[in-house]
Design a protein around this ligand. Sequence first.
Ligand code: NAP
Ligand code: HSE
Length: 425
Amino acid sequence: MTIIHVAVLGYGTVGQGVVESIHSHQKELQRLLGAEIVVDAILVKDPLKVRDIPPGIVWTTNFDDILELGHIDVVLEAIVGCEPAFSYLKKAIQHGCHVVTANKVMFAHHGNELQQLADENEVHVGYEASVAGGIPIIRSLSELLRVNQVHRLEGILNGTSNYILTEMRENGHSFEEVLADAQKKGYAEADPTADVEGDDAFYKLMILSDLLYGEQPNWTEVQREGISKVDREQMELAEEFGYRFRHVASIEPSSRGLQGKVMPIVVPNQHPFYHVDGVDNAVNVEASLVGSLMFQGPGAGRLPTASAMVEDLVQVLRPSLQRKGSKTIQLDEVEGGATKLLKQWLLFVPQNPSLPTPFITSGKLIKHKSGQKWKAILFLGDDKTIYEWKTRLPMVRLYEIRGAKEWKELNSDQPKVPCLNSLAF
Ligand code: NAP
Ligand code: HSE
């Protein structure tokens, strides 16, 4: 039987899962590919770490050793950061290898360049594992995109953040406890700051943007915020209003270009993300023909991520299965200028705040509740007002409410909120 030779870069959570899955699913792979898949080599960084590597696989800390084997067909990459991952994959492609990656930081920066190089060298690039863990979102969107136009995508794209929010809410654990648990389970990044400050979800959003629209928004214009400032009392007060916190990344074309956001928001029971708990990710797309589609599944961890990489392995070896996404974006078909629209917000103002006076703003107060540390306020305001509050009042926490029914009170004459620190609580 023909043999397909592969090398795996990185032997941590994901790399180990990939080697294990190739071995445990050898029969299925042989049926699909008509060939045996052999893992020949593994690349690691630390030469002194004790490892349990299956017999017959050589390991090295020098990538050139792998290329010098001369017969590697596919390089599966699961190491950390832009470099040296990008340089290794470039070299692999130039040597005629197909490449599959789970590395979103690298792919958000260099995905287009790698794909172009792969085209020139007549090989293929798989990157399913870089976004939304085990959910086959890249492939699904590529298929969907052939005719549909995606007007908006929003997603829970960081499994660690969703796991932390869920465990804090359901089991009352502290942020630090749950983060440590997420690290133990292999969900979190080597540096978990990327998970809890929104960077990981941001890179995934940029990869999706490239896929959907053939370009990325200007990175400096994408709001990027993580869950590190959400505390238990905020969650409890939100719950009293019927809302749950979710960390959501969203992208949509507008007449002002692509609008991307990565931040914690709150959602009501009727929102599709309300029931997405634990390490799950979810992606919701609004597309021209199919309407609203929701994908949900494990967003991180050894086997879900390995699943995405092994499915990619089959895909790169059977290129006839590959389909490219549309690279067109029709700005004239979408609405722009949404900054003046009034949106629903949940605000947390610290008890006894020392707010600057007078802080004049516009908008409408709907309801409020008091906790020990925070006053929680349901508020209707436009993006501009909220942006002003964010920059001028860093002690106030502001979360958009998405998917809630229109507030009835709005039809009556609500008082303007003249000054946040003069609100009577
Ligand atoms: P990990 O457990 O920390 O493992 C990283 C592996 O990469 C280790 O074996 C490490 O070598 C190796 N490595 C790091 N830098 C290297 C370098 N410069 N040269 C050679 N080897 C190097 O990380 P992971 O969780 O498996 O994640 C790997 C990649 O997959 C990351 O890009 C991550 O963002 C992505 N990813 C992870 C998940 C997940 O659920 N964990 C899901 C999707 C995507 P040593 O063993 O010698 O330290
Ligand atoms: N640290 C990432 C997460 C791994 O928690 O979503 C999957 O990309």
